[in-house]
Ligand binder design. Structure first.
Ligand SMILES: Nc1ncnc2c1ncn2[C@@H]1O[C@H](COP(=O)(O)OP(=O)(O)OP(=O)(O)O)[C@@H](O)[C@H]1O
Ligand SMILES: [Mg+2]
Length: 261
């Protein structure tokens, strides 16, 4: 197992208490609410079982846990890409199951999603992959192009923007998926192992992109197997294990200082 935090400040996993960091509750609206959420993919076994937690608007938190624990399932539920078998999920005050079809595009626009297997359009350039969500949502060409260029620059792909995704490395494709997710300036950013294919320097650059968004108030959820990444930032962690979710704050680990000459 990757790690199993010992301390659970929040009353234990799935005891019916709502996992929440009380310090965050002041003056902050709730961005995500899970209440007794179950998800089964149809063969009896629950991928998620009685999951309860809240995420405050503007919070940055990590989703951790072993392979097959249910992390991606959790993120896909938040993004509205799959539906729970039971329970209620609210995002930005809207209960997803009650959202009228005409309101769904607005929610999609407010949520930037980077999935574990990036779905890029291989028949067009990296630039066109990023600009497309803006064109689809009715932005004028000049604004769309300027914002797409800025997003591509932010993830460090400017020199490769004319290449098609198949011509990019796995890590570059992941960065492109991030540019596409941030180009609509979402209120909520969800990333499923966004640094899995990256070397340390590229991973740090991507994490800095997420931190920049967090610092301007974007709620940011990152699923990761990287324990160092989690402990470095001292943020709340939702730990998923066998479909059950508990909330933890790991003590932050100071980065070693570079020796002075
Ligand atoms: N589309 C699906 N159909 C059937 N079962 C699925 C489907 N997607 C996920 N599962 C099952 O649900 C469980 C949770 O899977 P999930 O992908 O959420 O895990 P994960 O924590 O993201 O794992 P990893 O760290 O390997 O990405 C697993 O047992 C998996 O086999
Ligand atoms: Mg996963």
């Amino acid at each position: 197992m990757f790690f199993c935090p010992k301390a659970d400040r929040s009353g234990g996993a799935n005891t019916g208490t709502f996992l929440y960091d009380a310090a965050l509750s002041y003056h902050r609206p709730t961005m995500i609410e899970f209440r007794h959420v179950f998800k089964s993919y149809g063969r009896g076994l629950n991928a998620l079982s009685d999951v309860n937690f809240d995420v405050a608007a503007g919070e940055l938190l990590f989703i951790a846990g072993p392979s097959g624990a249910g992390k991606s399932t959790l993120l896909k539920l938040i993004a509205g890409l799959i539906e729970p078998s039971r329970g209620k999920i609210k995002v930005n005050g809207h209960e997803l199951s009650r959202l009228p079809a005409r309101a769904r595009p607005y929610l999609r626009r407010a949520v930037g999603v980077i999935l574990q297997d990036v779905h890029l359009l291989n028949d067009r350039s990296a630039f066109d992959n990023v600009v497309l969500p803006l064109i689809v949502t009715g932005h004028d060409t000049a604004t769309a192009h300027a914002r797409a260029r800025a997003a591509i620059d932010k993830v460090g792909l400017s020199s490769k923007s004319k290449l098609r995704p198949v011509e990019l490395s796995g890590g570059d494709q992941q960065r492109l998926a991030i540019a596409r997710a941030i180009v609509n300036r979402p209120a909520l950013l969800i990333a499923d192992e966004p640094t899995a294919n990256l070397d340390d320097a590229s991973a740090q650059r991507i994490i800095d992109v997420f931190l920049d968004f967090h610092h301007v108030g974007v709620t940011t959820l990152i699923a990761t197997h990287d324990r160092d990444l989690i402990t470095r930032h001292g943020k709340r962690v939702l730990y998923v294990d066998h479909g059950r979710v508990s909330s933890h704050v790991l003590p932050s680990k100071k980065q070693p200082q570079e020796p002075q000459p």
